[in-house]
Design a protein around this ligand. Structure first.
Ligand SMILES: Cc1cc2nc3c(=O)[nH]c(=O)nc-3n(C[C@H](O)[C@H](O)[C@H](O)COP(=O)(O)OP(=O)(O)OC[C@H]3O[C@@H](n4cnc5c(N)ncnc54)[C@H](O)[C@@H]3O)c2cc1C
Ligand code: FES
Ligand code: FES
Length: 1394
């Protein structure tokens, strides 16, 4: 036996490293962040689902003598697996001192980083692509835009909407590739391609300039890797020794013999390759592995070998390697190479490859192996059904005896995650026989909630063996004689997602065998399948009807594809063979567009960049986000990047496992005595008050007698390390007495469980009852209900707090919060100290979106109590799952509506009864409901209204603020009413919108609560959106498309929006700023009350100050937000911070200008700034000033009283959007083909930042209304889960939009208007207003469904709940195939957690 090394050798950023012992068993991310102190790679989820931790891992491939560069997720990558490789982190790519790398600079130039938390991971993904391309791709095949677009399926960004990131990197590729042209929606007609002078991009470019600033990409150098660290020569020579690490906990043998020996000796040893499954089990299921047996260096398990019979794929071959292998076969076939393998032969491999396009993210595919997927035996594995269809054999090796046995894939999966593998056995390789002939066809299908990086809901491998029989004469199952036809000689129907294991449908297969390949056979088979795939209503995983419909839909697609193949490739008696009728043949064409077909997305952003009025005037210009240089280089510090403070301890929460229960006992003794544990802190340790809450103090810092939601904090364990704290948390024993729990809005309504002591909120105008009485006689009323699910914030940086106690009871809180002042207040109260002893500081936060406005308070309060108790600094950073469990969501809504209207679509009265799920504390739920009511008519002038809102108390985590603050939900309700009215009136919806919009057709411009406003900008947006999107023309095109397509449907929708700017609670509309000028060099430091969370607030404030003081921007700096600098600040929210702090900063600067005026006068016009400042100092003139601003003209309305009127808002920000979608009827998958947005944002302080807000909000809204679904157990919805249990914790179960969800054609235009109100430089608030415009996609989806329903003669009103997920879309159709699954004409309304 060769000597086994007990340490590993690797390089990090060009530096040689060795590690041994247990250190090897940590993840690469933990090593980089805590040992190397390289904090550029972030911990966003810890489960491979967000890409924030992406680094480059380079290895030398001895066989090809090439260095291979791959992006990997450091959060799952075991350090031991790094042996022999070189790790490159963002810190080595480029920084401010040494200069940014082109890949970073491109992102800065194109405004591709907002909060910046995702940015290092995204840069590293692109860097890996470029670097591997430079090293290994033939020069004749330069990277294309498509390569860029498909490179980021393992990365998420919650801020940008992805368009600027893609533009930046596509620009970089084009830059390196003369053959490619820069992105423009006009494609070949683009002036940059055609060479014509002047941009002719429709009306969009007319008055504006393209703020995408593509020219700036041209200024970015080529990414030149000659300057980068070379792959260490030592590692080229390195012979990758066998490893025995951590005293035999990690083995990495180099021969199969040794592998067998180890496995025979330690049968419990777990084979490990990518750790993408084991790592998850360890993290979430508490799996503790005694011995790891790493199979990455055993040749027999790592090779792909072809033979006359087929191909042998080693079990440790990664998905990327397999993909490359098949691509290589494709290239050889295409080039007609003598080495080629006939295409039909590797049909099953091609089917697997097609599945890989949407399999996990690139970082996962780069490390995860086929063996891990097979042995894990997930019932929703994407590929296991395809192995069955491929008739693969799994070669099993008995490590004790050395015997090998072969198990057919079909037989391998025994039951839920159980396979035919004994403890001493391992999977050696997979043997796939070649497909037999061109009529032996394998297909693979998958439908998931999201396309990028999402495990299947249902996956399938379908194989059809066709045989031509010209003289056949069979009688089977009453099928008459067929001559000159193709028959199904065999068929395999294998599925994931319809049973606890991967299955093949034996009955249906037997039924189909021998049938002629015809339409009739297909329909008979579908009937058979409908029986065999029937799922119980309460099936684990839910969605029984949808899953069944997918199973049938995939067979339908497979048959059409097979028919199409026959038509293309097979002749019968010399003529082309067309097995299906004309109708079905037409469908073939629709099915021909493969799922992986990918149109490269394009974007145009148009807005007037005013350009500097003077050399010192930067407002109105697209200045880059001032932190962007730090963000792209990983230098920007977020909370958990702060260096440990001397004596710092780590903490973890003890949380309730019950929704509603009396706490009988909390036993902490065992936990307290565990290694490293310092203390278990509970309510007993609170020296101040335990009751907290932003407006109403109805929540507890630590639960005392009763818990009211799963995840409620009962205690906090403080220990030396996070792992120790988490382990001790599991040792705290809590005894409960369960109490009845109310979990949903419906249950709350039934139990009359509403916010305590809070009367319902009402907006009333006129008398709706009278109008209804008349309208009902004419049949001019509609009523119904709208259901809108919750939304998780999914900021990339999870919540966290560091509490640092100091002398004399002082406490400094560093927190990821949008509300520093509220944090200070709440912490002071729980500690029992005056507020002046508590300081809260925030440098920047990695996204907030409302989720860190108040839900950070209970976290900071608990951590502060712990720090006070132990008198040491305490840090607590929530992991993603805990964050999602306990920090609340956007409110789910249920609304009942009744509307009266005239025959011309004019709505005359609207009555709404709106309920939302406030969760277990009041938090901000009442103001959220109030804003919902303020916006419940969206942009429509409805003469008589009665809107009533009630907040439902439930035993779920408190719902909270989320971008839009209740308005998107109520506007969605309003638009639903408009759609319903249009349907009854048989009018185009767009006309009904136009008929009712404020300020048009004689309609008023006064809201139902009596606020008069200027509706001109709203109408400008609305009209411009319709014109610039060519709505009328495209409406016709959509209708024409739908006429000729049955399996694909398109829909188009146009929507306006208006969003009231300012806090609806008057007192919050005040702001302070503090501006210092330092006399030594004249530099300026600004402090203000707002928090930088990616929106560019600090950048805008610096622009305002620079303009006011007439200084270059570099002279101005903002360091942080701190309560000891500017007190009593309102939370950074309500899209109002630029307005508030902009005015406050200007106010302070104006005072400084007044102070300096005598000095300037004394020194003359030519005096430099420094001279003026020095002169002021010498003459003892103050060089600092505070600024204050309060919004004028706004009223506090009391919505507890009906008929309350006034102006709760200063003004409205307006917008309109038009979206067009295409839907795959058989799967419910939709694609956003084009979105046009027109916004009025006054005169933007920074056009590029505002466009970033528009695009980011839109894509976040897209998630809200199309794919993001919070799933919780309750008796009404999702009874297959434990009541109160949340399924959607983490990126694997909860899907926010990914890169491929950005509209294919995304056009944003910012109108050239100015705010007529006196706002900072006439700008307008922009953060929240555009979010609702994504509902244009929701209603475009509805439009597409309606068009299909009409073709089936179904013209009745149907309700589509939000989000319009794949399930809801599919089940809203009423095609024949669906009727086999849901025979009831009424259909099914998929479950939705409210
Ligand atoms: C973010 C993310 C996204 C994902 N997306 C998808 C997806 O879209 N579709 C999908 O189907 N799957 C998906 N997965 C699951 C993923 O495919 C599998 O996790 C992966 O293929 C497992 O490979 P691995 O090498 O990482 O396995 P490891 O984690 O190393 O091992 C997994 C298990 O297999 C065992 N094992 C491995 N090799 C052998 C062997 N040769 N003999 C015996 N036992 C063995 C291990 O002991 C362990 O129990 C995803 C996982 C993650 C984390
Ligand atoms: S932190 Fe690693 S993928 Fe999210
Ligand atoms: S910039 Fe991507 S998550 Fe904030």
């Amino acid at each position: 036996m060769a000597v086994e090394s007990t340490s590993i050798l690797f390089y990090v950023n060009g530096q040689r490293r060795q590690a041994d012992g247990n250190a090897c068993l940590q993840t690469l991310l933990s090593y980089l962040r805590y040992t190397e102190k390289l904090t550029g790679a972030k911990l966003g989820c810890g489960e491979g689902g967000c890409g924030a931790c992406t680094v480059l891992f380079s290895t030398f491939d001895n066989a090809t003598r090439r260095v291979c560069h791959r992006a990997v997720n450091a959060c799952l990558f075991p350090l031991a697996a790094v042996d022999g490789g070189a790790v490159t982190t963002i810190e080595a790519v480029g920084d401010r001192r040494g200069g940014l790398a082109p890949v970073q600079q491109a992102l800065v130039n194109m405004h591709g980083s907002q909060c910046g938390f995702c940015t290092p991971g995204i840069v590293m993904s692109m860097y890996a692509l470029l670097r591997d391309n430079a090293a290994n791709r033939p020069e004749s095949q330069p990277l294309s835009e498509q390569d860029v677009e498909t490179n980021f399926d393992g990365n998420l960004c919650r801020c940008t909407g992805y368009r600027p990131i893609l533009d930046a990197f596509k620009g970089l590729v084009n830059h390196n590739n003369d053959a490619c042209q820069p992105s423009c929606v006009l494609g070949e007609a683009c002036c940059k391609v055609s060479g014509n002078s002047g941009c002719s991009n429709g009306e969009l470019q007319e008055n504006g300039v393209d703020i995408g600033d593509r020219q700036q990409i041209n200024g970015v150098e080529d990414q030149n890797f000659d300057k980068e660290f070379i792959f260490p020569p030592e590692l080229i020579r390195y012979d990758h020794p066998a490893l025995k690490l951590a005293h035999g906990r990690w083995f990495r043998p180099k021969t199969l013999e040794r592998f067998k020996e180890i496995k025979a000796a330690y049968t419990a040893a777990r084979v490990i390759v990518g750790n993408t499954e084991l790592g998850i089990e360890a993290k979430f299921k508490g799996l503790e592995v005694e011995t790891f047996l790493c199979a990455t260096h055993v040749p027999e398990m790592n090779s792909i070998v072809t033979s006359a019979d087929g191909v042998n794929i080693g079990s440790s071959v990664t998905w990327t390697q397999l993909n490359e292998f098949v691509s290589n076969l494709n290239s050889l076939a295409k080039a007609n190479s003598p080495k080629r393998i006939e295409e039909h032969k590797y049909g099953s491999l091609r089917a697997i490859q097609s599945q890989l396009r949407w399999f996990a993210g690139k970082q996962i595919r780069n490390v995860a192996a086929i063996g891990g997927n097979i042995v894990t035996a997930s019932p929703i594995s994407d590929v296991n059904p395809v192995w069955i269809a491929a008739k693969a054999d799994f070669m099993i090796l008995d490590c004790r005896t050395g015997d090998e046995r072969s198990v057919a894939a079909k037989e391998f999966f025994l039951s839920y995650r159980r396979v035919d593998l004994k403890p001493e056995e391992v999977l050696l390789n997979v043997r796939i026989p070649w497909n037999q002939d061109p009529c032996d066809l394998t297909f693979a299908f998958k439908t998931a909630r999201r396309k990028d990086d999402d495990i299947a809901i249902v996956s399938a491998g379908i194989r059809i063996f066709l045989e031509s029989k010209s003289d056949r004469d069979t009688q089977k199952d009453n099928y008459s004689t067929h001559r000159d036809a193709y028959f199904i000689s065999d068929i395999i129907l294998a599925y994931g997602g319809i049973a606890p294991k991967t299955v093949s449908l034996g009955d249906a297969e037997s039924f189909a065998r021998g049938l002629p390949f015809s339409e009739k056979s297909l329909h008979s088979l579908l009937g058979k399948l409908a029986v065999e795939t029937l799922l119980p209503k309460d099936v684990p995983g839910g969605m029984p009807e949808f899953r069944q419909s997918l199973a049938l839909g995939f067979v339908f697609k497979a048959f059409l594809q097979a028919a199409s193949h026959l038509k293309e490739h097979c002749a019968m008696n010399g003529t082309r063979y067309v097995p299906f009728s004309d109708k079905e043949t037409n469908l073939m064409k629709e099915i021909q567009i493969p799922r992986e077909e990918y149109r490269v997305s394009r974007g145009v952003q148009v807005c007037t960049d005013r350009g500097p009025q003077t050399a010192m005037d930067s407002t109105g210009t697209s200045v880059k986000h001032l932190s962007s240089l730090l963000q792209v280089s990983g230098e920007a510090k977020y909370l958990d990047d702060m260096k440990p403070i001397d004596g710092e301890l780590q903490a973890a929460f003890v949380m309730s496992s019950e929704s509603h229960a009396r706490i009988i006992a909390v036993e902490t003794e065992e936990a307290s005595q565990m290694p490293g544990v310092c203390r278990v802190v509970t309510a007993k340790d609170v020296r101040g008050v335990n009751s907290i809450g932003p407006l109403v103090q109805d929540e507890l810092c630590f639960a005392e007698d009763v818990v009211t939601t799963v995840g409620q904090v009962i205690g906090i364990v403080v220990a030396k390390t996070t792992e120790q704290a988490l382990k001790a948390v599991r040792a705290v024993k809590i005894t409960y007495e369960k109490l009845p729990a109310i979990l949903t809005i419906e249950e709350a309504i039934q139990a009359k469980s509403f916010a305590k002591g809070v009367p319902e909120r009402i907006i009333q105008k006129g008398n709706v009852s009278e109008v209804f009485a008349v309208a009902e006689r004419d049949g001019h009323t509609v009523n119904g209900s709208v259901r809108i699910g919750a939304q998780e914030h999914w900021y990339l940086e999870p919540h966290g707090t560091i509490a640092i106690p100091d002398e004399n009871g002082e406490m400094v809180i560093l927190a990821s919060t949008q509300a520093a002042a509220m944090t200070q207040d709440v912490v002071a109260k729980v500690l029992g100290v005056p507020m002046h002893k508590v300081t809260c500081k925030v440098k920047r936060i990695g996204g907030g979106f409302g989720g860190k406005e108040t839900r950070s308070l209970f976290i900071s309060a608990a951590v502060a109590v712990a720090a006070q108790a132990v008198q040491r600094p305490v840090r607590l950073i929530l992991d993603r799952d805990t964050d999602m469990l306990i920090t609340g969501t956007r409110h789910a809504f249920l609304a009942h509506y009744k509307a009266a209207f005239k025959a011309n679509g004019r709505i005359t009265a609207l009555q709404l009864e709106i309920f939302h799920n406030m969760g277990n504390s009041t938090d901000l739920s009442i103001p959220v409901m109030e804003r919902a009511l303020y916006h419940a008519n969206n942009c429509y002038d409805i003469p008589q209204v009665r809107f009533v809102g009630k907040a439902c108390f439930t035993h779920t985590a408190s719902s909270t603020a989320f971008r839009g603050f209740g308005a998107p939900q109520s506007m969605m309700i309003a638009e639903n009413v408009v759609e319903h009215v249009a349907w009854v009136c048989k009018m185009p919806v767009v006309r009904v919108r136009d008929t009712n919009i404020f300020g048009k057709n004689g309609n008023s411009s006064t809201t139902p609560f009596g606020m008069k406003f200027n509706s001109d900008p709203l109408l400008l947006c609305w009209d411009a959106a319709l014109v610039e999107s060519r709505f009328k023309e495209r409406r016709k095109m959509v209708d024409a498309f739908n006429e000729s397509h049955q399996l694909r449907k398109r829909g188009i929708s146009a929507l306006p929006t208006m969003f009231g700017i300012s806090f609806s609670f008057r007192a919050l509309n005040q702001a302070g700023a503090l501006v210092h000028i330092y006399h030594g060099d004249g530099s300026v430091l600004i402090s203000h009350g707002g928090v930088e969370m990616g929106q560019g607030l600090h950048t805008k404030m610096c622009q305002v100050a620079a303009t006011e003081l007439q200084l270059p921007l570099e002279m101005i700096f903002i360091s942080e937000t701190a309560t000891d600098k500017v007190p009593n600040a309102s939370p950074t929210a309500a899209s109002y911070s630029s307005d508030l702090y902009g005015m406050a900063v200007r106010n302070a600067c104006q005072e400084l200008n007044r102070n300096l005026a005598p000095c300037k006068a004394a020194l003359g016009d030519t005096a430099s700034w420094l001279n003026v400042v020095s002169h002021a100092w010498l003459n003892r003139i103050s060089l600092f000033a505070t600024g204050f601003y309060k919004t004028p003209e706004i009223d506090d309305l009391d919505l507890a009283k009906p008929g309350s009127t006034g102006s709760p808002f200063f003004y409205y920000t307006n917008g309109a959007a038009v979206s067009e979608v295409e839907i795959d009827v058989l799967t419910g998958e939709s694609k956003n083909l084009r979105t046009d947005i027109v916004m009025d944002v006054g005169r933007p302080l920074n056009p590029a930042l505002d466009v970033g807000q528009i695009e980011g909000a839109f894509v976040q809204g897209l998630g809200w209304c199309t794919m993001e679904e919070v799933v919780k157990g309750s008796t009404g919805a999702h009874a297959w889960l434990r009541p109160g249990q949340t399924l959607t914790l983490g990126p694997s179960t909860y899907k926010i939009p990914g890169f491929s969800d950005t509209p294919e054609d995304f056009r944003v235009k910012v109108l050239e208007t100015r705010n007529e109100k006196d706002t900072i430089h006439s700008s307008k608030g922009i953060g929240e207003p555009p979010l609702f415009l994504a509902a244009s996609v929701f209603f475009a989806i509805r439009d597409a469904i309606r068009s299909s329903r009409l073709q089936y003669g179904r013209d009745e009103w149907f309700q589509l709940d939000s989000p319009a997920s794949v399930e809801r879309i599919r089940l809203a159709f009423c095609d024949d195939l669906l009727r086999r699954v849901v025979p009831d004409e009424e259909g099914v309304r998929p479950k939705l957690t409210l």
